[in-house]
Design a protein around this ligand. Structure first.
Ligand code: NCD
Length: 308
């Protein structure tokens, strides 16, 4: 078992304690000076092999896991699903067992089906890290979002965070809500009724705002989400233009609460959920989220694999 974490997998925020989240934040803070430069490679994971298996598109998450593993001197293999024997009909199960038989220490997996990392845990001995399973969990994204707020505010306890947009289809929302509530923050969601889960108050313990102006006035932080059309049945939003008119975060929206902080996990669809002026403006932390993603993934890898 890795020192400080009770498990050697990271599947969902629901499996972490508040103390473990803080431990990951402190480790990430220590790694932050090293996450930008390849000149100061740390020896913490020398001799370990990390496999990245992404069965869904990804830019930030895949690259930042790869950089994180390399900054800690691990060997990294990026498995290309489209170019593999999966295309010849091999099952996911046989594929990952073959990878493990080559002697790997960690499997970082993203898959469109919710629950895949939990299924694999039953069969594999290596550490499994969930890099996003369907619309279910994306724990390292929630950790990097939480870390970004923790660095800015010095705490999560008592913060008011509103998740704006397509909450229904979002694993980022589910993992953020779990992490923020566990850390003592107040959480709300805001968006069109078709994109919010039913009974969100009772089921998720969050406040629901139907009106963006009320949400913005209430919040310390807006975590803004993309419309995840790849997971949507048709007809949930009339058009991107209409969505933007009611829920898009513009410079005018920020004037309703000039202190409000803005997060976005990326990729951004400019002109729909967010405009570039706000994404690049003084309220935004989107630029910091990217290096924080590398530092958080360095922390997770080293705590799970026993380095550092
Ligand atoms: C998110 C994801 O893949 O769930 N992006 C990410 O990991 N940076 C959010 C999204 O795709 O909108």
């Amino acid at each position: 078992m890795a020192p400080g974490l009770r498990q050697h997998h990271l599947l969902g925020i629901s499996e972490l304690t508040r103390e473990e989240i803080e431990l990951i934040f402190h480790r990430a803070e220590a790694y932050l000076p090293y996450c930008r430069s390849a000149q100061h490679r740390l020896p913490d994971l020398r001799g370990k092999t990390v496999v990245l298996a992404f069965f869904e598109p990804s830019t930030r998450t895949r690259v930042s896991f790869e950089l994180a593993a390399r900054r800690l001197s691990a060997d990294v293999v990026s498995f290309q699903a489209a170019a593999s024997s999966l295309a010849k009909g091999e099952s996911l199960f046989d594929t990952v067992q073959t990878l493990e038989a080559m002697g790997i220490d960690a499997l970082v997996i993203r898959h469109r089906a919710s629950g895949v990392p939990w299924l694999l845990r039953r069969f594999l001995a290596c550490s499994i890290i969930n890099a996003g399973d369907g619309q279910h969990e994306h724990p390292t994204q929630a950790l990097l979002d939480g870390f970004t707020l923790w660095k800015y505010f010095g705490r999560l306890q008592g913060l008011r965070v509103c998740i704006v947009g397509d909450v229904l289809h979002s694993r980022v929302a589910r993992s953020n809500i779990a992490l923020l509530r566990l850390s003592g923050a107040e959480v709300a969601v805001c968006g069109p009724a078709t994109l919010l889960p039913q009974n969100a108050e009772q089921v998720w313990g969050v406040r629901v705002f139907w009106n963006l102006r009320e949400a913005v006035k209430w919040a310390d932080v807006l975590n803004v989400l993309r419309l995840q059309r790849e997971r949507m049945e048709s007809g949930l939003v009339a058009s991107s233009e209409e969505y933007h008119r009611f829920f898009g975060i513009t410079e005018q929206v920020v004037t309703w609460n000039p202190a409000v902080r803005i997060l976005h996990p990326g990729p951004v669809n400019y002109g729909v959920e967010l405009v570039p002026e706000v994404a690049l403006g003084a309220n935004s932390h989107i630029r910091q989220q990217v290096p924080h993603g590398v530092a958080i993934r360095m922390a997770v890898l080293s705590l799970l694999l026993g380095g550092g």
